[in-house]
Design a protein around this ligand. Structure first.
Ligand SMILES: C[S@@+](CC[C@H](N)C(=O)[O-])C[C@H]1O[C@@H](n2cnc3c(N)ncnc32)[C@H](O)[C@@H]1O
Length: 223
């Protein structure tokens, strides 16, 4: 989606994607990556997710990227984290850098971010980031993510799939076939789970979407 879409969602507080608890699939599957606590974790399109706090509590330094300044400010204030802000002129554009003790959030377009801002990242966590892009922009995001994380880095990816014609995204439907066909070039892809989640999602039930699955993948950046 275009940045203006997301800015208007944050301005109107239409943030149904935001969860008030740590994502249960993160709790269940993060240990599959077998990371040491000192591994730095990149969280693309992070919103103000509490998953950042969970990862930081495990000992990871967390580096997020989020378009909306309101989202970033809410993340720090709602979690009572003192922060400082500075601006970064990355080669591909301007970002604001919000720094707290174990969390850094680059506020701006992920396409402005470079590996200079993420020099020590060893892992990544994508929940509601890949599925936030319409299909026409999805591959560009995958290519950007692949550029930002180093070879051998490990990631957890959480996707949704449903018949796209039944509902207008976001979230957009991302099938297992799409993941395998388009992400295999950059990542070893392992499906860890795929569950029927229709009854947990009233928006989909109300729109009479016939089925909805949520999948969790372990990814490893190829050389
Ligand atoms: C569906 S939300 C998911 C947020 C978060 N991952 C979560 O689980 O709550 C997608 C987020 O991506 C942000 N976003 C959209 N386009 C972006 C871009 N080009 N660069 C950085 N962030 C972006 C939006 O502002 C929004 O907060």
């Amino acid at each position: 989606m275009e940045p203006s879409f997301w800015h208007s969602k944050w301005d109107a507080k239409q943030i149904g994607f935001h969860q008030h608890e740590v994502n249960p699939l993160l709790l269940k599957y993060w240990s599959n990556l077998n990371l040491s606590p000192d591994s730095e974790v990149f969280v693309p399109l992070c919103g103000k997710t509490l998953d950042i706090c969970y990862l930081a509590e495990l000992g990871h330094k967390v580096l997020g990227c989020e378009l909306s300044q309101a989202a970033v400010e809410q993340f720090f204030t709602e979690n009572s984290l003192a922060y400082s802000m500075s601006s970064v002129t990355a080669s591909a554009g301007k970002l604001n850098q919000f720094d707290a003790e174990q969390v850094v959030i680059y506020q701006g377009d992920i396409f402005a971010l470079t590996t200079n801002e993420l020099p020590d990242v060893k892992a990544f966590y994508d929940r509601a980031a890949l599925i936030a892009w319409p299909e026409s922009m999805r591959l560009a995001y995958v290519e950007k993510l692949a550029k930002l994380v180093p070879p051998e880095s490990l990631g957890l990816l959480i996707t949704l799939d449903y018949p796209q014609e039944a509902l207008k995204g976001p979230p957009f439907a991302v099938s297992n076939d799409w993941v395998v066909a388009n992400m295999n070039e950059f990542f070893d892809v392992e499906l860890l789970s795929c569950e029927d989640v229709l009854s947990d999602n009233p928006r989909f039930v109300n729109k009479e979407v016939p089925w909805l699955t949520e999948s969790v993948y372990k990814l490893k950046r190829k050389h």
